[in-house]
Design a binder for this molecule. Structure first.
Ligand SMILES: [Zn+2]
Length: 111
């Protein structure tokens, strides 16, 4: 019994390690269609200025490891229908263009 417990103890530690190696990360916070709409909205981007200190040393790309500071950062605002439904969100989002992954979303405004 003690041996089994020991074995299971060892197994549960191994499971944690395995989980960390799997690609178990969200590849998107929002549909790409919405993300690209914000990113390509020149007026929206011009209205918001990124403070480089808030993105320093935070989440890097979970796939290729590109550092936070080297990812593409832009202001994201969810679609108008989300705001109308009091479910709007806006904030800074980072994307790894090479891996096509939405890495981080720093939510600053909620309706
Ligand atoms: Zn990447």
């Amino acid at each position: 019994m003690n041996i089994l417990r020991k074995l299971f103890g060892t197994n549960s530690t191994a499971k944690v390690n395995t989980a960390r190696l799997s690609h178990n990360y969200p590849s998107e916070f929002y549909p790409w269609e919405n993300v690209d709409a914000s990113r390509n909205d020149a007026l929206l981007q011009a209205k918001n200025t990124l403070d480089p200190s808030i993105i320093k040393g935070i989440k890097s790309c979970p796939n290729c490891g590109l550092a936070s500071e080297q990812l593409s950062w832009f202001w994201f605002s969810s679609p108008q229908e989300d705001w109308d439904a009091l479910a709007g969100r806006a904030g800074w989002m980072s994307v790894c263009d090479a891996c096509h992954i939405q890495v981080e979303f720093l939510n600053e405004i909620m309706s």
